[in-house]
Design a protein around this ligand. Structure first.
Ligand SMILES: [Zn+2]
Length: 167
């Protein structure tokens, strides 16, 4: 395979691993198709993590809020301890439940499909899309180009009795 393809040993090994992960059923073409799809998803996921980290680095809001949002938790009051809280920029930017896309709302994005708003800042929102992972969207672009619409506010308020299922 290495000689035939002219690829380096490492690349051949990586391709082999990928094919192994997606399985060989359906013949080589289907397997390659799946491998390509899988690699694309992995790249998207990595991309979305990068976006999230960049958002964390660039946020002028409370950094604790940002992290809680990343893990899908509705945020309480700002922490008062991070650098942005200390300089006061977090308080200025803290408007999670106002605006067109409040935290917890479900939105439908033209390209990303449905997603949940995790973080709201003055000029941007962070959304977790079921298909595309985390994305930071410019509020201005979203509104001017009508890229997304709100589908629902807080569709499922946290219910303490949920999540206790055994098994
Ligand atoms: Zn803070």
């Amino acid at each position: 395979m290495q000689r035939e393809s002219g690829l380096s040993r490492r690349r051949v090994a990586a391709a082999g691993n990928l094919l192994q992960r997606v399985g060989a059923r359906g013949g080589p073409e289907a397997a390659v198709q799946r491998a390509v799809e899988f690699a694309k998803q992995q790249r998207q996921l990595e991309q979305s993590r990068l976006e999230m980290m960049r958002g964390y680095a660039e946020t002028s809001g409370c950094r604790r809020h940002y992290l809680l949002g990343y893990f899908g938790q509705a945020s309480g009051p700002v922490c008062g301890n991070c650098d942005n809280c200390r300089t006061g920029s977090a308080q200025r930017d803290s408007s999670p439940s106002s605006g067109p896309f409040p935290v917890g709302a479900t939105i439908r994005h033209r390209e990303g499909g449905e997603g949940t708003v995790l973080q709201v800042e003055q000029d941007r929102i962070t959304v977790l899309f079921a298909s595309a992972g985390y994305r930071t969207l410019s509020l201005e672009a979203v509104q001017e180009q009508h890229l997304a619409e709100k589908v629902a506010d807080h569709p499922q308020p946290p219910d303490p009795s949920r999540g206790r299922r055994s098994g």
